[in-house]
Design a protein around this ligand. Structure first.
Ligand code: HEM
Length: 335
């Protein structure tokens, strides 16, 4: 599909089938996935045209609410491990713009030509970097980052910088176990999805990165739909029901998270990267396969899942909107 470029071509379309159910949907990272419009996933860290805007937005969120950043004391080594691992990934993926050089011993030089940012630091020495390492590395990537400690056969979310949470609160969840965090998700206990994921994650080895996608709908191109900001975005779920069709198609976004799961080599902690992409229904409908399949997935999504995702009040309309957006040649009409 050469005509399609940019966000649409690179969108990580998440539905391999016409119905969606929760599953332990992990696959090895670094292998490109092709889609009806293009492809995604050639690199673990993805820099796109929204780089500057999203980094600026993260800075604004953090300035207003410091609880989006936490590193419990025992996770300090893991934060360094995460920073160096992400720098290595960036330098490998974008060698013309990013570089990481070892200057001997523990001393490193990082250069990001996009931001014109250079740091020389001694690994483990916060003063030499000038900042807590997880806070620094999330000024270089669009991904949110959570770090999980593994102890007593369990994983605990004990560090992170998460500014673009989809309807959850990092500040509330920090320190909680992986199993506790997934407690509110319907079905997954019964289906064994989360216990299987937990077992899988506990066995994950360094240098074997995995990834998965998760999705929901978001009204407006709003990255920060955290629980903390609910008063700002919650009322949109009512508002959207009364807007005109063309506005509905522009405002409702399919929101997809590409999540990477990486065992850090030095600390043994688990790094969870969350990268958020959005495409409006209007954009989605320009790719015929996506239009048809997304309509089917939304229409067939069980109520408990739609309720949990917070989309129950408008998912039927979204499915209808996509169905009615069929190209004229196939018998439909533009909404
Ligand atoms: C939500 C599965 C890894 C944090 C969910 C949901 C599923 C899921 C099915 C519900 C999503 C929805 O309906 O929109 C998995 C699987 C994983 C995984 C299969 C690994 C293979 C992680 C990790 C974290 C995490 C490593 C660490 C931070 C969350 C949070 C939520 C969530 C915070 C929202 C919970 C809430 O409603 O408060 N996960 N997850 N997940 N997951 Fe995971």
């Amino acid at each position: 599909m050469h005509a399609l470029k940019g966000r649409i071509a690179a969108f990580p379309y998440p539905f391999p089938e016409d119905t969606y159910r929760y599953s332990t949907n992990v696959e090895p990272a670094n292998t490109p996935n092709t889609t009806a419009a293009g492809g995604w996933g050639a690199t673990i860290i993805d820099i796109d045209e929204d780089y500057h805007a999203e980094l600026a937005e993260r800075a604004t969120v953090l300035a207003a609410d410091p609880t989006r950043h936490a590193v419990l004391p025992h996770m300090r080594p893991a934060a360094w491990d995460a920073m160096l691992t992400v720098m290595g990934e960036l330098a490998g993926a974008y060698p013309d713009r990013m570089s990481l050089r070892n200057l001997g011993g523990d001393v490193w030089r990082w250069h990001n030509a996009i931001l014109d940012d250079t740091r020389e630091f001694r690994y483990g020495d916060e003063a030499s970097l000038g900042q807590e390492p997880l806070a620094y590395i999330t000024t270089q990537v669009q991904e949110d980052i959570a770090l999980l400690d593994q102890r007593n056969e369990q994983l605990y979310v004990d560090a992170g910088v998460v500014t673009f949470a989809a309807d959850w609160s990092f500040g509330f969840d920090v320190g909680m176990s992986f199993l506790e965090i997934h407690g509110p998700v319907p079905r997954v206990r019964r289906d064994g999805v989360i216990t299987r994921a937990h077992d899988f994650l506990k066995r994950l080895q360094p240098h074997q990165p995995y990834r998965r996608t998760n999705w929901t709908l978001t009204i407006g191109h709003r990255l920060d739909v955290s629980t903390e900001r609910y008063p700002d975005w919650g009322p949109d779920r009512e508002m959207i029901q009364s807007v005109a069709d063309d506005e509905f198609g522009r405002l409702v976004n399919l929101r997809v998270e590409v999540q990477h799961l990486i065992r850090l080599p030095d600390s043994g902690a688990l790094m969870f990267l969350i990268r958020t992409y959005m495409l409006s229904l209007e954009e989605l409908a320009t790719v015929e396969d996506w239009r048809v399949r997304t309509a089917q997935v939304l229409a067939a999504l069980p109520d408990d899942m739609a309720e949990y995702k917070g989309i129950i009040k408008y998912r039927d309309r979204a499915a209808r909107w996509l169905t009615e957006a069929a190209p004229a040649a196939t018998g439909g009409h533009s909404p």
